[in-house]
Design a protein. Structure first.
Length: 381
């Protein structure tokens, strides 16, 4: 190694990150925050029926560059399309619609000005549209929505240069009210497209609350291939992990606790099943009640190796598997401090360090700068 390289490494490990509080100036509860593909743009949506776009400037500060009223009811979710298709977001609302918005940039001579134009409104739902997600880039410009009426709809833009036209492609009835949806982001064509749908139906006797749908290239249909019967509590969020070479898929679920489910495709005899769909071998990789309260959101890192969860306890917890495929909490963010847990080996338990780090471990330090509203706050419509 080059002279002085060890000193550079030590200085790199000393870098700390400070959480910042943004004066979002929404007039009601913020329901969702979504980053774009590069993490330099952010969208927020609220019960005040508006959406705000934030850009990260050269000074590392988040600046609100656009704000407008999008719906006639609470805006539940906002999501970004892949930048290959342009600067496009989709929103869904209590007003039973979903909308597609595109950024239009113009130079008026006094600086660059951007406006967001509504390209299309999806009005097929008869109930509140609870979630909306763009498909992975490999599947083209597709959009999936799920509603409180239990219906999942998939739309596609036939011409990516004309976002005014979105044609409905598929419709699946889950028979339970839906709350969240997630595409499997695997870039491999060896894996059939998967969609996971969660339900927040409060009745435990209604059965499993997570449904897995698979797209068959032979029949050109989406088919329900699995129901996770072990998840009987209301599901508030779920997310497929990015798959960069695993032979199985990982699904994070936010319910009364945090669950990590491994889904391994099982090849079937084409003579017995016509090769239309494949079955899935379901294994629960982890279940954690460390939050001690309802879990509201789960999110994976870019490599699909770390899962973040947030709950009513006001904490964000990070989960990671060791070389024995045993999932453990490696960090707890409590606003004022961060607790780090060392890697767990074959023997011994996890060790915690409040606000500090062991040599050779990467961490971030967070500070609470402002209080937040309680998630149980009832939004207005």
């Amino acid at each position: 190694c080059l002279p002085g390289s060890s000193c550079v490494l030590k200085e790199t490990l000393r870098v700390m990150f400070v959480a910042k509080s943004l004066p979002a100036e929404h007039k009601d509860l913020i329901h969702d925050v979504a980053f774009d593909f590069y993490g330099r743009r952010m969208a927020t949506c609220s019960s005040d029926q508006s959406v705000k776009i934030w850009d990260l400037n050269e000074d590392g500060e988040w600046v609100c560059t656009a704000s407008w009223k999008t719906h006639c009811g609470s805006v539940w979710k906002v999501t970004w399309a892949h930048p290959e298709f342009g600067q496009i977001i989709a929103t869904c609302s209590f007003d039973r619609t979903a909308a597609i918005w595109e950024e239009s940039v113009s130079d008026s001579g006094h600086g660059v000005h951007s406006t967001w134009i509504k390209r299309a409104g999806l009005v097929d739902s008869r109930t509140s549209v609870m979630d909306v997600k763009f498909a992975p880039k490999i599947q083209g410009l597709q959009l999936a929505t799920c509603s409180a009426g239990g219906v999942v709809r998939i739309y596609e833009a036939p011409d990516v240069m004309n976002l005014n036209q979105w044609s409905p492609q598929y419709e699946m009835n889950c028979k339970l009210q839906c709350s969240c949806i997630s595409w499997n982001p695997s870039p491999s064509r060896l894996h059939s497209p998967l969609i996971a749908v969660g339900s927040d139906d409060p009745n435990p006797s209604s059965g499993g609350k997570v449904f897995i749908y698979e797209f068959s290239a032979n029949t050109h249909k989406w088919t329900k291939v699995e129901t996770l019967v072990t998840v009987t509590e209301p599901v508030h969020d779920l997310a497929f992990a990015p798959n960069l070479g695993r032979s199985y898929h990982l699904l994070g679920i936010a319910t009364k606790d945090v669950r990590i489910i491994a889904l391994k495709p099982v090849r079937q005899d084409p003579t017995q099943n016509n090769g239309s769909t494949s079955s899935l071998e379901v294994r629960q990789a982890g279940q954690f009640d460390d939050h001690g309260s309802t879990v509201w959101r789960v999110c994976w890192n870019m490599t699909g190796t770390i899962l973040a969860s947030s709950g009513d306890d006001g904490c964000v917890r990070l989960w990671k598997a060791n070389y024995l495929d045993i999932w453990k909490c490696i960090s707890t963010l409590r606003g004022e401090t961060v607790e780090n847990v060392s890697e767990v080996g074959t023997t011994g338990g996890p060790s915690q360090q409040s606000g500090t780090m062991a040599i050779g471990q990467h961490t971030a330090r967070y500070f609470k700068l402002a209080p937040t509203a309680h998630p149980a706050h009832v939004p207005w419509h």
